[in-house]
Write a protein that binds this ligand. Structure first.
Ligand SMILES: [Zn+2]
Length: 490
């Protein structure tokens, strides 16, 4: 059973001013052939999990991914598709494909690049078995779902089950190749929810997951996946997706299970609405809080959601209030380079952050001492993407009246405590720690947080996704009808 492994991973925020070009893939991951397995073997990634399969002879083809940002350039997509085609030539013949996708990728020109990838693979290989893993934030199109035999999405947010899902997809694919006739049925609810409402160990997702498990146990379907989706995407396929993978002969049962879960999601719709304090109120509360460190969550400047990481709403307020002991990350390429030029011990005057677009506050003038400059490289030891190496680019630690600014060349999501530890900052010692994310930061700092204050900051990942202007309306997909229907009450 020769099976090709292809990865294409990007969570696209269509409101981001930063296009995702080939450079961003090359900086994060653009691996061909044997390099795919060399990089992923033994890691807690989806492909790392796939590689644990003992049933399949896995053939590496390509794995490309980039940090979340704006739509992917056509040049990047053509480079990726071209590389897939070349690698596929050497990999044939294949009995199946294992795909590590995201489900919320959008191109500048191609509306659904992941669909395009699978269509091209199908055109090359014909009716081979296909199993895919998607992110829980995926917004898979009906056409993409149709082209895959089995789909599993991450069950956890923060995503700590990537390896397990990779392993599961490999197991399902082996069963399909041996003759098990599986198919995936889908429904979509036009509900755009903040990632803050999507944590899987809290209501409402915890309830929905329990209900899905119950249904799976009752009906014997192979797999139910719940994807609350990525709301900061102006495409019709955005929204809450329910996927049920079952034997083809149990189609009616599977479609009923999808419909049941759609009703459950509708019933909990109000629980997906979130209200939090504004920056001024939140900083006041943070300064009064006794249990430290206080984690101030800059929800709308969520780097893992494609925001630029240079939002200044919390930085400005903390500096105004003289918050000593605060640790604040800011992505600002120019200031990071300038700090490197000044060097450790020098004094830096600069306008920090707020430069990418008009959504994330104004640049903040500072005078600070450069404490340290590094190349920003670190290796993750935490629960997320364990063992992988990352780079924040040139990184400067600045002391501004007792507050610590961590200025990075690149925006990096707060997934790993090593981002601070590697530049000599112990997050446990911080009075206040700003994180630019919604939920994912918990994998890094959840254990040490004394107090958590989520803040309704300005930015392109707002608490209420409907604050962003949309040109499209999320679709309703009824599991009992073949064609998606439009609905306008999202
Ligand atoms: Zn995700």
């Amino acid at each position: 059973m020769r099976v090709g492994v292809v990865g294409l991973w990007h969570e696209t925020n269509t409101y981001s001013a930063r296009a995702t070009s080939l450079r961003e893939f090359e900086a994060f991951e653009f691996l061909r052939g044997d390099d795919v397995f060399r990089r992923h073997a033994g890691t807690a990634t989806v492909i790392g999990g796939m590689l644990e399969s003992t049933d399949l002879e896995l053939v590496p083809i390509l794995s490309a991914g980039a940090w979340p940002a704006g739509p992917v350039t056509q040049d990047a997509l053509e480079a990726i598709f071209g590389a897939v085609e070349r690698e596929l030539e050497a990999a044939r013949p294949l009995d199946g494909l294992l795909l590590n996708l995201h489900g919320a990728m959008v191109g500048e020109q191609l509306g659904d690049p992941e669909l395009e990838l699978v269509q091209r693979l199908r055109a090359e290989l014909g009716e081979v078995a296909v199993a895919a893993v998607l992110d829980l934030h995926g917004n898979p199109s009906p056409a993409l779902i149709e082209l895959c035999d089995a789909i599993v999405a991450y069950d956890t947010y923060p995503h700590i089950d990537m390896r397990a899902r990779g392993r599961e997809a490999a197991r399902l694919l082996a069963e399909i190749i041996r003759g098990r006739a599986l198919r995936t049925f889908a429904g979509k609810v036009p509900l755009l929810s903040s990632p803050l409402a999507q944590a899987t160990d809290e209501r409402p997702m915890r309830e929905l997951k329990a209900r899905a498990q119950e249904l799976a146990d009752q009906t014997g379907v192979a797999r139910i996946s719940l994807l609350p989706g990525f709301p900061y995407s102006d495409v019709e396929r955005a929204g809450f997706t329910i996927l049920v993978t079952s034997e083809r002969k149990d189609e009616a049962t599977a479609r009923d299970a999808v419909a049941t879960l759609m009703r459950e999601v509708e019933a909990l719709r109000d629980e997906f609405k979130i209200v939090r304090d504004d920056p001024v109120t939140a900083v006041s509360r943070a300064l009064e809080a006794r249990k430290r460190p206080v984690v101030l969550v800059d929800v709308a400047d969520n780097v893992g959601g494609g925001a630029p990481g240079d939002g200044t709403a919390l930085l400005a307020e903390l500096l105004d209030r003289g918050a000593t002991g605060a640790v604040v990350p800011v992505a600002d390429e120019g200031v990071a380079r300038e700090a490197a030029r000044v060097g450790a011990g020098g004094t830096l005057r600069a306008d920090v952050g707020g430069k990418t677009d008009a959504w994330h506050g104004s640049p903040v003038p500072i005078v600070g001492r450069v404490d340290r400059v590094t190349d920003g490289r670190y290796r993750s030891t935490g629960s997320w993407m364990t063992g992988q190496e990352f780079s924040m680019g040139t990184t400067a630690v600045l002391d501004v009246n007792g507050a610590t600014l961590v200025v990075t060349e690149r925006a990096v999501p707060p997934f790993h405590a090593e981002q601070l530890l590697s530049v000599g900052i112990d997050p446990r010692e911080a009075a206040v720690l700003v994180v630019k994310g919604a939920i994912a930061w918990r994998a890094a700092y959840g254990d040490i947080a004394g107090t958590v204050i989520e803040v309704d900051t300005p930015g392109i990942c707002p608490l209420d996704p409907t604050r962003l202007q949309r040109k499209t309306m999320p679709m309703r997909l009824d599991p009992h009808s073949l064609a998606p229907q439009e609905r306008s009450d999202a």
